[in-house]
Design a protein around this ligand. Structure first.
Ligand code: BGC
Length: 411
């Protein structure tokens, strides 16, 4: 079998803070500009997608894709607590309209790691009021944009803080993190700096699962009828040794969110690599293995393993909302896509309900603390001129999307 089901969604993804540029009201902008910081460089203009979205969406459609996954920036929409900017909301109406004009199905993420500064100043996700504040924001967005939405996810990878807890202790610069958080709080005139990346994993999980359930209800009661889900970060977790904590890790990191997704309309699966789990924590890649610019293994087969793990635990359909590889060697990206999609086909052949493959990312963009060095894009961006250059992988995946099948030689 090389064809994908009819109506399969093929797309590429971005996130507001990583591509729009000048997200100055966000907590991350603060972290990028203080001393000490863990960020390799600040995001600044990013890919100027705030201005260039019409071109980018047209390019996506021309390449052969039918779906665009992007996020709506809370820090722009609710720049001050309780003040909802109609100008910002109107911007996203125009982005959605551009999708529709180009025959592109929009999939919108309401929260992709960044928060407004005021939210960080009041303590962020660790505070109980965070849930209501997020739900209120989702209510506003869905009320004003619901008629143009086709799919929405509440959170992007809300399980990431729990996942990061499994990093070997030696890889976490605790002292620098503490000093950065302190400096950030000072910079915004608060004694707190509640940021998604810095928060306590368990507290965040409890607040955010609660927020997801309530936001789901709120969005569904607004205008429009569209599926609402959540996208989680998944790795192919492989045990190493008889005393590996792999199962404990999966139960902590994935299962609460799989249960939450199962009560909504779909699960977004986001996978990049495998992870070898030892008796205390994650282990480094085996010596000699091929690694990506992120430092983890080149392992496209992880996608199939994660889809199977998720399918065994949820009844809702699966949408691959992110999958990709950071490399300057575009031939390796093509290889990665080919092998990842072969895994998707194996799952489909076994009757697993998978409805989308959305690649990360449309553009080379701002990779959080690592800055602009890792290149995940199907399309390169010259950040001095903002010129876009399509890579061969963009054409490769675009053709698969256009024909809804893998090329015969690829199987
Ligand atoms: C995130 C993206 C990120 C990508 C590559 C995912 O964890 O959702 O924002 O750029 O992985 O690291």
């Amino acid at each position: 079998m090389s064809a994908f089901p009819r109506g399969f969604l093929w797309g590429a993804a971005t996130a507001a803070h990583q591509v729009e540029g000048n997200n100055i009201n966000s907590d991350l902008w603060v972290l990028e500009h203080i001393e000490p910081t863990l960020f390799a460089e600040p995001s600044l203009d990013a890919c100027d997608h705030l201005r260039l979205y019409p071109k980018d969406i047209r390019m996506l459609a021309k390449l052969g894709f039918n779906t665009y996954r992007f996020s709506i920036e809370w820090a722009r929409i609710e720049s001050e607590r309780g003040h909802f900017s109609m100008a910002a909301i109107e911007h996203y109406r125009r982005v959605l309209a551009a999708c529709h004009e180009n025959g592109i199905t929009p999939m919108v993420t309401l929260y992709h790691f960044s928060s407004p500064r005021w939210f960080a100043a009041m303590g962020g996700w660790e505070k109980s009021e965070s849930t209501d504040l997020f739900v209120r924001y989702c209510g506003r967005v869905s009320r004003h944009l619901g008629d143009l939405l086709h799919y929405a996810t509440t959170f992007n990878e809300p399980n990431l803080p729990m996942l990061l807890r499994w990093l070997p202790v030696s890889e976490i610069p605790f002292v620098k993190v503490k000093r950065m958080a302190k400096a950030a709080a000072r910079a915004i005139g608060s004694d707190k700096f509640g940021c998604f990346f810095l928060g306590d994993g368990e507290k965040l999980r409890d607040r955010m699962t609660a927020a997801h359930v309530l936001a789901y209800e709120t969005i569904k009661s607004g205008p429009g009828h569209y599926p609402v889900g959540v996208s989680i970060s998944m790795q192919d977790e492989q045990p190493v040794g008889h005393d590996s904590k792999r199962d404990k890790k999966c139960a902590e990191v994935y299962d609460p969110w799989l249960a939450a997704a199962d009560k909504s309309d779909f699960l977004g699966v986001q996978t990049y690599t495998r992870c070898r789990v030892g008796k205390r924590s994650d282990l480094s890649p085996e010596p000699g293995s091929e690694t990506t610019q992120m430092g983890y293994e080149f392992w496209p087969e992880a996608l199939e393993a994660c889809l199977r793990y998720a399918n065994a635990r949820v009844k809702v359909p699966l949408y691959i909302t992110e999958n990709g590889v950071a490399t300057d060697d575009d031939e390796r990206r093509i290889e990665y896509i080919r092998r990842a999609l072969t895994g998707v086909q194996n799952c489909l052949a076994d009757g697993i309900d998978i409805r989308a493959y959305i690649h990360w990312s449309l553009l080379d963009n701002f990779e959080w603390i690592m800055g602009y060095r890792p290149r995940f894009g199907l399309v390169a961006v010259d950040r001095a001129t903002q010129e876009r250059t399509q890579k061969p992988s963009a054409t490769y995946l675009g053709e698969i999307a256009r024909h809804n099948r893998l090329p015969d030689h690829a199987k």
